[in-house]
Design a protein around this ligand. Sequence first.
Ligand code: SF4
Ligand code: SF4
Length: 403
Amino acid sequence: MKNTKRREFIKTSFLSLSGAALLPRSLKDAAYNAGKQTEIPVLPGRVLGRTGIKTPLISMGTGPANNPNFVKSAYFSGVKLFFSATYYGEGNNEKLVGEGLAGLPRDSYVIGTAAPPDGMDTRTGNLPAQLDVDAYIKKAETSLGRFGLDYVDIFLFPYAGERDVMLNESLLKALLELKKRGKTKYLGIASHGNIEEALTAAADSKVYDVAMIAYNYKTENKKSMNDALAYAAKAGVGVVAMKTTAGAFNNKNQANPLNSDAALKWVLQNENITSIVSGMSSLEELKKNLEMIKNLKMTDQELKDLNLAWQDSDPGLYCHQCRKCVTQCPYNLEIPTAMRSYMYAYGYRNLEHAQHTLIEADLPDNSCSNCDKCKIKCTAGFNIKERIEDISRLKKVPQEFLV
Ligand code: SF4
Ligand code: SF4
């Protein structure tokens, strides 16, 4: 009891949110008796490129889920495609998803997971000098064990961006071997930076069947991004979109929530996007999303709301991962990764993933406190120093208080 109170105290004080806003969602979700529901609705969907998989317009990013029953609820609500990653909850999320889908017909759902090779720099997306092919294969097989499955449908190489990295000989050898051994049906990439290059390389590779990319109304250079999407789709790459609400809120106080239906509909106007991978964390959110896909036509109000959000002078929470800040910092701090952590904490309220990402950023302690003035010109307009000092507090919070 004492620990529970302390955990909630840390969450509320860190995020400056009311306790009510952080009521444990799992309690409500656990109460949902998914097993009783037998008829699974068929939701509006599209085909995932050359995989031929017909999937609803909403898929589940399972990272924020903290209860297997919630995953099961999504399945019985018609969701078919579930994406996890080895780095969500240090593998525990894969276990949770496996538990949620256990006993259901294997061909009735599609599982994707992502794992970086050991030694990969997940901040820059660079591979180690010598990629250990056998170790990477073993890592992927261990992930299957956590799901309790013989195979996953889609195995993703994450943090993709550079063409040379995606086409690295050892990497492709490991990925193709996984496919050959029947451990995955399809291969894919996940990318939230340098996305256009990643999409083009995926299309040219003839190896990657699926691309999960960050795409939202704040996407820069929409014309060239849409061209890259069209190129990938034409080559048969099935594209799913993540980060579709661009942080969901305009600032850390969450005073001004984005019209999420408008943001998601905007993404789905592009027919080269097969489905949105939504990191849902509650039944309310699930139901809202499934209602939204019944009619993709944007209302005047939705267009207005999105336009207002677009014009808002507040820089918001979404970092474009353009990396233009890194060379401007005399210490070359890994600012883009720290800014993703900031968004996970204040936008998606996923403190566990925020901390994991912050640790990846590997910022030295008090990294900005000895620096008098931050002259960084951020593409998104963030006050970098302020945000780094703020999010750095999360680094030392014990993990058990964040779950
Ligand atoms: S310049 Fe700004 S938007 Fe670009 S990566 Fe850095 S923090 Fe993100
Ligand atoms: S305040 Fe921090 S981010 Fe800004 S220049 Fe100094 S060390 Fe870099």
